[in-house]
Design a protein around this ligand. Structure first.
Ligand code: G3P
Ligand code: CA
Length: 244
C-alpha cells in the first residue's frame, strides 16, 4: 500500500508563523516529508518567501512586498501576531531555505505568487537558484498561474511542475500531461476519489491542499494520493503512521 507523503503548508503554519525558517524547521522536527512555501520578488529583485502580495497580514508593516527592498523586508517582524513568542521571526529568502535544505532530505514545493506584470523574472531566478544548489530532484514548482509553471517546464524540464487549481477539472491527468506536469495540486474538496485514483494510475501525482481536519486526512490517506499539503504536519504524520 502506498504511503502518502505529508507536506507542511507554509511550513508547520498551524503552530508556527507561516513561511518562516522556524515553521520549516518545525516541519522537519515533526517528520514531514516536505514543505510548501510561497515566493515573490523584493523591490531589489531578491527572492523572498511570503504568501500575500502585501506584508500587512503577516508582518508589523504595511504595503506591497514588491515595493520593499530585501533590507527593509528583513527588518519586519513576521511573527508579530504570535504574541506568546519570546523572539521575533523574519521573512526568509529562498537562499536561506535552500541552505537549510542542504542539511536534510525534505522535498520543497515552491509556489510562484506570480502575476501578469512580473515578466517571468521570478521564475527564471528560482530555476537558476535550484540549479546552483543542485536541488532539481527535490523541488516541485506549482502556481495558480499555469503560464508560470509551463515556462519553468520549458526552460527546466528536469524539475517537476504541478498546476494548482480550486475548481473541478475533467480528467485532470490529461490536462497535466498537456502542460508537461508530473503532478496536480487541487484544492482538497474539488477532487473526487475516482479522479484521484485515475490520475495516480495515469502516473500523475496528486497532492491536495490544504487538508487540516482529521477525517479529511484519513480519507485522502485511504485514497493513496502521493501527498497531502497541511498546516498540521504532526497530526497528519501521526494519523498516517497509524495506518501503515
Ligand atoms: O500550494 C497549496 C496552497 O499553498 C495554495 O494556496 O493560497 O495557501 O498559497 P495558498
Ligand atoms: Ca502556497
Amino acid at each position: 500500500m502506498k504511503k502518502t507523503m505529508v507536506f507542511a503548508h507554509r511550513g508547520a503554519s498551524g503552530t508556527h508563523p507561516e513561511n518562516t525558517m522556524e515553521a520549516f524547521i518545525a516541519a522537519e522536527a515533526m517528520e514531514a516529508d516536505g514543505i510548501e512555501l510561497d515566493v515573490q520578488l523584493s523591490a531589489d529583485g531578491e527572492i523572498v518567501v511570503i504568501h500575500d502580495r502585501k506584508v500587512n497580514r503577516t508582518t508589523n508593516k504595511k504595503g506591497h512586498v514588491k515595493h520593499y527592498t530585501l533590507r527593509e523586508l528583513k527588518k519586519m517582524d513576521a511573527s508579530y501576531m504570535w504574541k506568546h513568542l519570546n523572539r521575533k521571526h523574519y521573512i526568509p529568502t529562498l537562499v536561506e531555505v535552500f541552505d537549510w535544505l542542504c542539511t536534510n532530505t525534505l522535498i520543497c514545493n515552491v509556489e510562484f505568487k506570480s502575476n501578469k506584470s512580473n515578466s517571468l523574472e521570478l521564475e527564471n531566478k528560482v530555476v537558476q537558484l535550484v540549479r546552483d544548489y543542485q536541488l532539481e530532484d527535490r523541488i516541485i514548482f506549482s502556481s495558480f498561474n499555469h503560464y508560470s509553471i509551463v515556462h519553468c517546464h520549458q526552460i527546466a524540464p528536469e524539475i517537476e511542475t504541478a498546476p494548482l487549481y480550486s475548481e473541478n477539472i475533467f480528467m485532470p491527468w490529461v490536462y497535466a500531461e498537456s502542460i508537461g506536469a508530473k503532478g496536480i495540486h487541487p484544492k482538497w474538496g474539488v477532487i473526487s476519489e475516482q479522479a484521484i485514483r485515475a490520475t495516480e494510475e495515469n502516473g500523475i501525482s496528486v497532492r491536495p491542499y490544504t487538508v487540516n481536519r482529521e477525517r479529511d486526512l484519513q480519507r485522502l490517506f485511504s485514497y493513496q494520493c502521493t501527498a497531502v499539503i497541511t498546516d498540521f504536519p504532526a497530526l497528519a504524520v501521526k494519523l498516517r503512521d497509524k495506518k501503515y
